[in-house]
Design a protein around this ligand. Structure first.
Ligand code: ACO
Length: 356
C-alpha cells in the first residue's frame, strides 16, 4: 500500500509523460519546449482529441459555435447563488451540459470554461455577460469577454501559451479523478466535473490565488525572507513550491516565466516575484535538506494570469480551461481501455465480536 498512491502506476497512456527526475514534460510525443509559445489551444485540442473532432481545419469555427451555443442556452438563463465562488459557479454551469461521449459534448466542454468564467465574473459585479465572438480564437475571445475590449495579439498569445502549458500532466489528481468517473461510463461531462472538483483544492490547482496573496503581503523584496520564515514557523506551506513528481524545477514554470517577459508585464512585480522565489528556494533548502522543493507551475501562473486581467479567485477556472483538453483525452483513453477503476482498501477498524 502507498499513501496518496505515490509511485503507483494506474494507467498506460499515449498522452503525456512527466519525467520528475529530469524536469521534462512530453505531451503526445512533443516536449513542452516545442509546444509552449508555438501552438494554440485549438491545435492542442486537435492533437489530443482530433480523431473525434470532425475536421481539424474546422475546429476553431466549431469551438466558436459551441461558445455561442453555451452562451445562448445556459448563460442567458443563468441565475446563480452569490454565495458560490467563481469556480463553484463555473462548475454549476458546466453541470447543465447534457452528458455524452460524442463530438458535440467534447466541443461544448472545451468551450465551457471560456464562456462561463468571464460570465460569472461579470455577473458577480452586476454586469451583463458579454456574448462570444465565434470568429476569434478561444484565447482571444476569452480575454475579450473578460475585459470587454479586444486583447492585443501578445495578450492572446500569452494566454495560449498558458493553456498549452497546462493542457496535460500525467496522472495528476484531477486527471485521475476524471479517469475514475469516465471508467464507470458516466459520460464526459461527469468526468470533467470530477476534474474541476479535484482541481480546485489548494494542494492542486487552487494554489495560484494564494501566491498573489503571498506576494501582496510581502510587498517588497527585502521583506521576503522574514515573511517566508514566519510562514514556515507557523507550519504553513509556501504556495507555488514543491511537487509530488518533479524533484527538479517544474519545466512549466520556465515556460510561463518566458511568456510573462514577452508580455512586457509589470517589471516591478516580476522583480518582487523573482526575489520571493530565490528567498523561498533558499529557505526550503535550509529547512528541508532531505527534500528537493522547487518552484512549481502555480508560481508564475499567478503572475501571468494577473497580468492578463484575471482576478485571483478565477485562476483555477483558467487552469480548468487549459486542463479540460487533457481531462477529455484521458477520459476517452480510459473508456477505450474499457476497465472500471476499482482499487481495494485494507480494513483496519474494529471487527464484530465472535458469537459466544
Ligand atoms: N512549503 C513548505 N513545506 C513543504 C512544501 C511547501 N510548499 N511542499 C512540501 N513541503 C514539505 C512538507 O511539509 C513535508 O515536510 P515533512 O516531511 O517534514 O513533513 C515534505 O515537504 C513533503 O511534503 P508532502 O506533502 O508529503 O509532499 P507531496 O509530494 O505530497 O506534496 C504538494 C506535493 C502537495 C504540491 C506540496 O509540495 C505542497 O503542498 N505545495 C504547496 C501547494 C502548491 O504549490 N500546490 C500546487 C502544486 S502544482 C499543481 O498541482 C498544478
Amino acid at each position: 500500500m502507498s499513501d496518496g498512491l505515490e509511485n503507483v502506476v494506474a494507467a498506460h497512456t499515449v498522452l503525456s509523460e512527466v519525467d520528475g527526475a529530469a524536469g521534462r514534460l512530453i505531451i503526445c510525443g512533443h516536449s513542452l519546449d516545442e509546444l509552449a509559445g508555438r501552438t494554440s489551444f485549438e491545435k492542442m485540442a486537435v492533437m489530443m482529441l482530433g480523431d473525434l473532432l470532425p475536421d481539424a481545419q474546422g475546429v476553431p469555427a466549431a469551438l466558436g459555435a459551441a461558445r455561442r451555443e453555451l452562451f445562448e442556452t445556459i448563460v442567458a438563463d443563468a441565475s446563480l447563488p452569490s454565495a458560490l465562488g467563481p469556480v463553484e459557479q463555473m462548475r454549476a454551469l458546466t453541470a447543465l451540459i447534457p452528458d455524452g461521449e460524442d463530438a458535440a459534448t467534447v466541443l461544448k466542454l472545451l468551450a465551457a470554461p471560456a464562456v462561463f468564467t468571464p460570465a460569472v465574473l461579470r455577473m458577480a459585479k452586476g454586469l451583463a455577460p458579454i456574448a462570444p465572438d465565434p470568429t476569434l480564437s478561444q484565447a482571444a475571445d476569452t480575454l475579450r469577454m473578460l475585459t470587454d475590449r479586444a486583447p492585443t495579439p501578445e495578450q492572446a498569445a500569452a494566454l495560449d501559451t498558458y493553456l498549452v502549458t497546462v493542457a496535460d500532466h500525467g496522472l495528476n489528481a484531477s486527471t485521475f479523478a476524471a479517469r475514475v468517473v469516465a471508467s464507470t461510463r458516466a459520460g464526459l461531462v461527469s468526468a470533467v466535473l470530477a476534474g474541476i472538483g479535484a482541481l480546485k483544492g489548494p494542494l492542486h490547482g487552487g494554489a495560484p490565488g494564494p501566491v498573489i496573496e503571498m506576494l501582496d503581503a510581502i510587498g517588497a523584496p527585502q521583506n521576503a525572507r522574514p515573511w517566508l520564515e514566519a510562514a514556515l514557523d507557523r507550519g504553513d506551506r509556501l504556495m507555488g513550491f514543491g511537487h509530488r513528481i518533479y524533484r527538479v524545477r517544474d519545466p512549466r514554470a520556465d515556460a510561463l516565466k518566458g511568456a510573462l517577459r514577452q508580455l512586457g508585464a509589470d517589471a516591478g512585480r516580476l522583480a518582487l516575484a523573482e526575489a520571493v522565489e530565490q528567498a523561498a528556494l533558499a529557505i526550503l533548502r535550509e529547512r528541508k535538506p532531505g527534500r528537493t522543493l522547487e518552484t512549481n507551475v502555480e508560481f508564475y501562473t499567478a503572475l501571468l494570469l494577473e497580468a492578463l486581467g484575471f482576478p485571483p479567485e478565477a485562476f483555477t477556472c483558467v487552469f480548468a480551461l487549459g486542463r479540460t483538453t487533457g481531462w477529455l483525452a484521458h477520459a476517452r483513453e480510459q473508456i477505450a481501455g474499457g476497465k472500471l477503476i476499482r482499487p481495494q482498501s485494507v480494513y483496519v477498524g474494529p471487527r464484530p465480536q465472535a458469537a459466544a
